[in-house]
Write a protein that binds this ligand. Structure first.
Ligand SMILES: Cc1cc2nc3c(=O)[nH]c(=O)nc-3n(C[C@H](O)[C@H](O)[C@H](O)COP(=O)(O)O)c2cc1C
Length: 195
């Protein structure tokens, strides 16, 4: 039997969204990206500061440069502190064909103003909205945390047009999904009720 929570469109987007790491060649229009960003900025912000800016990167050569820059740094970090389950990722990072951006057609950097203490939290909420909006519009997305390593490269920051008074909070890729991976299961959360 279908309940209200099964059929509710918002709740089904929340349930079904997953990180997409395999994309078709179909381009994402500027209009769709504006819609996704418009959804992002509906997020709440501390004191209503809205401390964000966005950089939309469609330059695939630049994405390749950024990926090539981040991969060895990431591989060295993982090799320093190996954890169970990271072997496959380490092997991928050593493969020259592997891109940290999974060949997605577009990368959006959600930038937070450095002077606003809450900007990382605010921009994270914004990024969450953006990924959910993308899913609702038939697009996939993935937060590429490793791409924040470009902040160690003044050249890449300049090429990506990141202003000095902003930090990269959320590097997000978007695109139309090629066949999807199953959604990772969620553990039952521990909930403490205080009544
Ligand atoms: C802060 C953050 C950083 C992440 N960085 C990466 C990344 O560098 N590469 C990647 O493939 N996925 C990355 N992810 C995606 C997570 O791996 C993914 O959300 C998680 O495995 C749960 O899967 P789901 O999004 O499909 O539900 C990141 C997610 C978050 C929130």
């Amino acid at each position: 039997m279908m309940t209200d929570t099964d059929s509710n469109r918002v709740l089904s987007v929340l349930r079904e969204r997953r990180s997409v790491r395999n994309y078709t060649d179909r381009e994402v229009s500027d209009e769709i990206l504006r819609t996704i960003i418009a959804a992002g900025i509906q997020a709440p912000t501390a004191l209503g500061f809205q401390p964000w800016q966005f950089v939309v990167v469609r330059d695939r050569d630049l994405m390749q440069r950024a990926s090539d820059y981040c991969k060895p740094i990431l591989a060295a970090k993982i090799a320093e502190e190996p954890r169970p389950g990271t072997e496959a990722f380490l092997a991928a990072l050593k493969n020259p064909e592997y891109s940290i951006f999974y060949n997605a057609p577009v990368l959006v950097l959600v930038l937070g103003a450095r002077e606003v203490v809450s900007s990382a939290v605010d921009c994270t909420l914004c990024a969450g909205n953006m990924m959910l909006a993308a899913w609702a519009l038939g697009l996939g997305s993935c937060w590429i945390g490793s791409a924040a390593l470009v902040q160690q490269s003044p050249d890449l920051l300049a090429a990506l047009k990141v202003p000095e008074d902003h930090q990269i909070v959320a590097p997000l890729i978007f695109g139309y999904p090629a066949p999807l991976q199953p959604k990772p299961e969620r553990r039952e959360p521990r909930i403490t009720w205080v009544r």
